[in-house]
Ligand binder design. Structure first.
Ligand code: ADP
Ligand code: MG
Length: 245
């Protein structure tokens, strides 16, 4: 099996608003699948349904062949799903290293998980590895709240990856970033596919076209188009609804 995530006919409405409406797609292993669409299209809600923050009114979420539709977020996490948020989920009052270490703690065998953090050998090694890989070693003892915006978003990806997930959901990781930071983050996301499958929400179209193996266009809660970046861009329905041409 090559798909790590399969979403089947997923729907949720808030009152009369169909935020996610009969959406189906699959995310292939070690590929970058990107969800695009205008504000309010339902992208973050789709992520909430996949991570278990919201329960769908219809449809299924299959993670690595296992039906997780009714599973709590913790069970999905244990099955290898990790996500970042459009609004940060870092602990600003903890250091950079502590933020990563907390997430890496899940790698410890259950019998060691409640030992003091300094006794957690695997989590410590993972923390050092992540600091190195994300070029944050020199900031390890700074409070996360004191980092620049770009460093915070990078730390957030490091935190997500520290638990060694199979599937990584990144909600607008380049939001508010400078041009340089955006390019660095793109390179970083590309390098992640050696280890994980990436499902991305991204608004920078040039970046989407460059980075994605597969693009899903959402519009008013629906999956309007789905295919390679080139195919999606050439799709007349997408051009009319999204590119405004
Ligand atoms: P996107 O991430 O594509 O900008 P969202 O998924 O955040 O869009 O929102 C899709 C639609 O659902 C929007 O109209 C939004 O206002 C609405 N919405 C999102 N979450 C909720 C909620 N918890 N309760 C009510 N409406 C919501
Ligand atoms: Mg959103």
């Amino acid at each position: 099996m090559t798909s790590v995530l399969e979403v089947r006919n997923l729907s949720i409405a808030f009152g009369g608003l169909r935020a996610v409406d009969d959406v189906s797609f699959a995310a292939q292993r070690h590929r970058i699948t990107t969800v695009i669409g205008p504000n309010g299209a339902g992208k973050s809600t789709l992520f909430n349904l996949i991570s278990g923050a919201l329960m769908p009114q219809a449809g299924q979420v299959i993670v690595d062949g296992v039906d997780m539709t009714d599973a709590a977020p913790e069970r999905r996490q244990a099955a290898g799903l990790s996500r970042s948020f459009q609004i940060t989920n870092l602990f600003f009052e903890l250091t950079v290293a502590e933020n990563i270490r907390l997430a890496a703690q899940i790698l410890e065998p259950a019998s060691r998980r409640f030992l003091p953090l300094r006794a957690s050998t695997r989590a410590r090694a993972k923390t050092d590895e992540m600091l190195e890989r994300f070029e944050l070693t020199h900031r390890r003892d700074e409070l996360a709240g004191h980092l620049s915006h770009g460093d915070q978003r990078r730390l957030e990806i490091a935190v997500c990856l520290a638990s060694e997930p199979k599937l990584l959901l990144l909600d607008e990781p380049t939001q508010g970033m400078s041009h340089g930071d955006t390019a660095n983050t793109a390179a970083l996301v590309r390098s992640l596919t050696d280890d994980v499958t990436v499902l991305l929400i991204e608004h920078d179209i040039a970046l989407v076209m460059d980075l994605s193996d597969h693009v899903i266009v959402m519009h008013q809660g629906r999956n309007l188009a789905d295919g390679t970046p080139q195919a999606v861009r050439a799709n007349p329905a997408v051009q009319a609804a999204y590119f405004g041409q």
